[in-house]
Design a binder for this molecule. Sequence first.
Ligand code: WTA
Length: 648
Amino acid sequence: MSEKKEVYQPNPEFAKNARVKSMDEYRALVQSSEDDYEGFWGKMALEKLSWRRPFTSVLDESKAPFYRWFDEGELNVSEQCIDRHLKHSKNKTAILFEADNGESRAITYLELYRGVNKMANLIKDKYGIQKGDRVIIYMPMIPEAAFAMLACARVGAIHSVVFGGFSAEALRDRIEDTEASLIITADGAFRKGKPYMLKPAVDKALQMGCLSVKNVCVVKRNFEPIEIVEGRDTIYNDLIDNISSECEAEAMQSEDPLFLLYTSGSTGKPKGVKHSSAGYILWAQMTMEWVFDVKDNDTFWCTADIGWITGHTYIIYGPLAMGATTLMFEGVPTYPDAGRAWSIVQKHRVNQFYTAPTAIRMLHKVGESEPAKYDLSSLKVLGTVGEPIDPPAWKWYYEVVGGSRCSIVDTYWQTETGGHVISPLPGATPIKPGCATLPLPGIDAQILDESGNRCATNQGGKLCIVKPWPSMIRGVWGDDDRFISSYFSDIIKDGKSVYFTGDGAVYDEDGYITITGRVDDVVNVSGHRLGTAEIEAAINKSDKVAEVAAVGRAHEIKGESLFAFVVLKQSRAEDEKLKINTILKQEIGAFATCDDIVFVEALPKTRSGKIMRRILKSIAKGEKITQDISTLEDSSVVQNIIDIVANN
Ligand code: WTA
């Protein structure tokens, strides 16, 4: 039984002017989507998007689960995000850039238009990029990253942003999977007052293969020395001034892919999640309006990196589609001190602040009294995303950062969902600490049991989305079978395969949904999603390692951390621990290293040779082993591992 949680009502002053003002209004929206699902979405798509050519059907289910939305419709996402705002808001700030060193720069919608068009002309004319081509973007958090994404959208190229924290090896894997012909990168940028580099990782990736790549476009940001490969590398800064700032946007079909974003699953290599143009941008905009309730004069700040889906939808596409001002921050929230985030809120009078629980826990730990030093009265809505938020962190966020005045929107969603799917609405939903609350109108999210029946109160189950929705994943790049097996093969409801998120969840007595975490082998380290299979594959590259199993364990700040059980081929090498993290840094990135590594003699396996991960998870968590270990090939292995972990 879950204990009863405190309930916090929306601030009545805020609710008065909110887009959705009450639970009655919320329920009416849900009802209208249930009464006429296609009618609901069709109306939204007509209202919110500017179509070049109208769509002729709302939803085509004939090739399920390869659903199609808004067929025959034509639009261009860069026009949604820029051109249509020029009439009334050309001098409004689109992107407010806050540099690591505290300097800031406001880019208006007109300037954004010019920046994007120039970049679009550059990639089209200089590098020959055409509709459907893939472009890798490996960039720091600078406005040119936004220009690059939107320029791809403008010419119809499919971008795939790779998070700057990924290593050369991980970058190579993504380049090769997409067969991109162009990489847009930067020399590097600044973090904590010092320059850091990106271009060397591109050079290294390209030395390891990536034969599809013809050009590398380098934005100079920190002006540190870099190597230039003649005929392949060109400098954006040298070319951009002489390029026209008019570039006609390509007409795109609703279903033309807008981008690929690689994410981890429970097996194999990361998957290239494919998103569409119309459905994605529609929901990006609608959730910005409903969940953050951003108003015309507001400044919205999402602290994510553009390399993750949160950065795509809530730094770039969502805010710009609705014509808002989006803040982009190059640095880290603890430099020059633990008050940096709050000083930025004060400086730019930020109205909506959106971050991850791991950041909240860290800011709480290192700077509990920092928020009190700043004027945070501009804040109206506080958001969290990426992992379950523990009630103590939630309360600190609510009381100390939000002054018990702001709604907290605990937004549950995934790379695959494109935008929020379960979240409170700040002017309507009574909230509870650590609870994502209710599905958004139009999203048929349900907690189901193995047979596809809706779970009862307090009965944990699998979180599924029963009906297709416009911003859903359209496929896994180059692997249709994997798309079906990853998302549509677990739960059948009423004879139909439904989308399974990979997360467990539970209803409380009010029908509110609390996410209990992944039920597959995906670990959320500081909100970064990692598959244990990927971690194991990387560690296995060491010729000293015979076998490895990695699991997640609870971590005070990171939410979860990685725990590796390693069997070495020969006697224990003392420095192997360090080397394992060196390998992980090299193969994936520094954020994917293990906090715990233990060397064991064997792993617990069933007689058919399957590693019993549940047992390892329990050991990593320090729990008593309650599982039946009689089916193990050699049950003494378990006690042996427990002893080693205890003495570690
Ligand atoms: C987890 C991030 C609890 C979940 C947008 C999901 C959450 C995974 C929440 C997706 C939340 C995201 N409460 N857990 N509010 N939001 N998650 O693809 O396990 O990087 O499946 O997308 O993060 O991570 P991804």
